[in-house]
Design a protein around this ligand. Structure first.
Ligand code: AKB
Length: 374
């Protein structure tokens, strides 16, 4: 027992101050250190015990009410069982979210709250979706720093402390104007010019460092802009694409804040959540890298409009360029090079632009009809 405490103190000294404080608190709290012992074996060496999780994967999703959480939870619940996937956020969800499976309050800025959730629910995978996106981040840098950097440190520490598999999305936003843009390789210059991008590069590097230093099972995919029919993105630069579909069906007119020729990589949500689950299921020893690009399609607002006009010929799109979001988009990749993901774990997208358009229009129409019928 004494030896264990000394080991933990030694480990804590090597790590960041948040971690040190966490370990010190645990030691001085007099809580059952033996029961936590196996968690700490993940530090500096591979965790050879079962990490207390048994065989059952139990997942916590942070930022669960954003664009991706509900869709991912649905897929994971089909795979692991309804009650083994906990969706969390700091907001109150619509009531159907409570019906679909467990939903709890979790604040990633509150380390103790995170730790309680992980311990009380025997969490083994942590999927960290809380983030302030690119456009909102530029308008509130303090908030972006707090959520995307401080919050992320809490995630890293709790995941390391409890030997979790942790997934953190990165994005096309982790690149900048000096990166090669068409296509953008996995390893290249990364000098983003947004706080969002800087925080994502930070997350990639910190996660990889914790993997190397402490054996943390960190996994990261660089997502393109994601399109979904029943959940809206919030505060991003690629959001126009989802908004265009809704406007096309609602009013037949859309005013686009990006220039018509701005090409960005995009992906349909089903491909995105499937990629995430497939990547998370790869055995840790079979992954040569921890951060991968994934790509599906790339289009401009003009190309998206033309494809939608094949179904809705009266759609009219006008342009009123927002300089902030245009500058962000002008520094981002036009396409991502993703051959490593295709080679290492068999990544394959299913949706191209025509399938995306058909699916989005059908689902948004169906959703509108159901809402009207209620
Ligand atoms: C954004 O536009 O900020 C996001 C992203 C590409 O990361 N959708």
């Amino acid at each position: 027992m004494m030896l264990l405490v000394q080991m933990m103190r030694g480990t804590a000294m090597h790590a960041g101050s948040r971690w040190s404080r966490s370990v010190e608190r645990l030691i001085s709290s007099g809580r059952d250190i033996n029961s936590s012992a196996h968690h700490f074996s993940g530090f500096g060496e591979a965790c050879t015990l079962s990490c207390g999780h048994g065989d059952q994967t139990k997942v916590l999703i942070t930022g669960g009410l954003g664009q991706l959480g509900i869709g991912l939870a649905k897929l994971l619940r089909r795979r692991f069982g309804k009650n083994n996937v906990i969706l969390s956020d700091i907001r109150k969800p619509p009531s159907h979210v409570y019906d679909d499976g467990p939903f709890i309050f979790s604040d990633i800025l509150d380390f103790k709250n995170l730790r309680e959730i992980v311990v009380n629910n025997n969490i083994s995978w942590l999927i960290h979706y809380s983030a302030v996106l690119s456009a909102v981040g530029e308008n509130n840098i303090a908030l972006a720093k707090e959520v995307n950097i401080t919050g992320f440190h809490n995630i890293l520490d709790v995941a390391t402390e409890h030997g979790l598999r942790v997934f953190v999305p990165s994005t096309i936003g982790a690149f900048g104007p000096s990166s090669p843009r068409d296509p953008t390789p996995e390893l290249c210059v990364q000098r983003p010019q947004t706080i969002y991008g800087v925080s994502k590069v930070h997350a990639e590097l910190m996660g990889e460092y914790y993997h190397h230093r402490y054996g943390l099972d960190f996994r990261c995919l660089r997502y393109p802009g994601i399109l979904s029919a029943d959940s809206q993105p919030g505060g991003g630069t690629t959001d126009y694409a989802v908004q265009l579909f809704h406007a096309a069906l609602k009013t037949g007119h859309f005013e686009c804040y990006l220039r018509g020729d701005t090409q960005l990589p995009m992906m349909y949500i089903d491909d995105c959540v499937r990629a995430t689950l497939e990547f998370l299921e790869v055995p840790t020893d079979s992954l040569p890298s921890r951060t991968y690009n994934i790509n599906a399609m790339a289009f401009t607002p003009q190309e998206l409009t033309q494809e939608i006009q094949k179904v809705l010929p009266d759609l009219k799109v006008t342009y009123n360029v927002d300089p902030l979001r245009q500058a962000i988009a002008d520094g981002w990749p036009k396409a991502l090079e993703d051959s490593s993901a295709r080679r290492d774990w068999g990544w394959k997208h299913e949706y191209n632009l025509p399938e995306l358009v058909q699916t989005m229009l059908a689902l948004i129409t169906q959703g509108k009809q159901m809402a009207e019928a209620c």
